[in-house]
Design a protein around this ligand. Structure first.
Ligand code: PMP
Length: 394
């Protein structure tokens, strides 16, 4: 080695990491954050605070000196509570040993992918999808197979999955997410059944990210794990349902044969979720199991407000069916790409929305509004979008 500064050309990184792009959402939010008076509708972060019962459990945990290494997969009580919560809410049949507490659903996804993929494996992702899926699959050395669902109201139809599996017979897994970030669409029970009927005929894992299940607007959420328990890696978490993004708590429920391997990967990834967080999560999943209800009611109202205003302005979009995301098309007459639209809207009207190009095929003309903010702010944001359209109509 010379005494010149060492560069990555001398000490190359793992290629997949070199090729990965940082999150476009976070980059855009940071870029527009300093615009005076900006109304930020970009990040999927509940504006509610964590309910008091959950915070109290964390305080008690500290007082009890739960500051030592906790059990890797989660305490016995916590794993029991994860199973009971999922079973009760979604009509499932898990035992505690099938569960794992993770650092956010993000770690759940990573552990799942790392455990089941070999380099070069294909992973099917219906799009538009949360861009993290594509990044994680690539980081794990696998290939995302992106399937555009925009012609079927953003729902993967049995025909489309049949066709995709015929073209990719060796696909290792499919990653599903409903209710969906970014589309706000969810699957009806019939749609879940139809999808499960196809998937059960194939040797393929289903990574089912149901982190927004508690934020379903109409009726009860149907989990893929109810219909396909032997193939499904069920992912959930408390970030959204319990306004706990900062606690970093997620969970996995998996077939019995798979759980020990997931736990092994989790162990060398983070060892364990912090004890305090495990104790807080235990409260959230037991005494706090219905804490999502008031938040859901509020999100529903906000979604209706946004939809009404956006429709009146002529935007093409589906009525929200869950979560707090609104997915709308940039009007063709504006002659702007979503990125151009989002940037101009931020600078001219101080409203930040996310251009959806990075959400994959089917999202090219769309932008996403996150309505996890107060109704007053949403009304103001809608007024500003209206003004933007008026200014550009000429
Ligand atoms: N899945 C989806 C679809 C998400 O939108 C998010 C958060 N944006 C996550 C998983 C990750 O959530 P967590 O905070 O639990 O890591």
């Amino acid at each position: 080695m010379s005494d010149l500064p060492i560069t990555t050309s001398q000490l190359p990184l793992r290629q997949a990491v070199t090729e990965l792009q940082p999150s476009a959402i976070r980059a855009f939010s940071a870029a527009v954050a300093n615009i005076p008076g900006i109304i930020d509708l970009t990040v999927g972060e509940p504006d509610f605070n964590t309910p008091d019962t959950i915070k109290a459990a964390a305080v008690t945990s500290l007082e009890q000196n739960h500051t030592h290494y906790p059990p890797t997969p989660g305490t016995a009580e916590l794993r029991q509570a994860i199973a009971a919560y999922l079973n009760e809410k979604y009509d499932l049949n898990y035992t505690a040993d099938q569960t794992l507490a993770t650092s956010g659903a993000t770690e759940s996804l990573w552990v799942s992918l790392y455990t089941i993929t070999n380099p070069g494996d294909e992973i099917i992702i219906p799009t538009p999808a949360w861009p993290m899926y594509m990044s994680m699959v690539k980081a794990a050395g696998a290939f995302p197979v992106l399937v555009d669902t925009s012609s079927n109201h953003f729902v993967l139809s049995p025909e489309l999955i049949e066709q995709t599996l015929a073209e990719h017979p060796n696909a290792k897994a499919i990653m599903l997410n409903f209710p969906s970030n970014p589309t706000g669409v969810t699957y009806t029970r019939d749609e879940v059944i139809a999808l499960a009927n196809v998937l059960k005929q194939h040797a393929i894992y289903v990574i089912s990210d149901e982190i927004y299940a508690e934020l379903t607007y109409h009726g009860r959420h149907t989990s893929l794990a109810e219909l396909l328990p032997d193939q499904t890696i069920l992912i959930n978490g408390l970030s959204k349902s319990h306004a706990m993004t900062g606690w970093r708590f997620g969970m996995i429920a998996a077939p019995k044969f798979l759980a020990p391997s997931l736990i092994k990967v989790h162990q060398f990834t983070i060892t364990a979720v912090p004890y305090i967080v495990q104790d807080a999560a235990l409260a959230a999943l037991t005494v706090g199991k219905n804490e999502a209800e008031p938040m859901l009611a509020e999100y529903k109202q906000r979604g209706a407000l946004v939809h009404e205003r956006m429709q009146a302005m002529g935007f093409e979009a589906l009525a929200p069916q869950g979560v707090f995301y609104y997915f709308a098309k940039v009007p063709a007459w504006l002659k702007q790409t979503p990125s151009e639209f989002a940037l101009a809207l931020a600078h001219e009207q101080a409203v930040a929305v996310i251009a959806a190009e990075s959400f994959g095929p089917g999202a090219e003309q769309y932008f996403r509004i996150s309505y996890a903010t107060s109704q007053d702010k949403l009304q103001l944001a809608m007024d500003r979008i209206e003004q933007y359209l008026a200014d550009h109509r000429g």
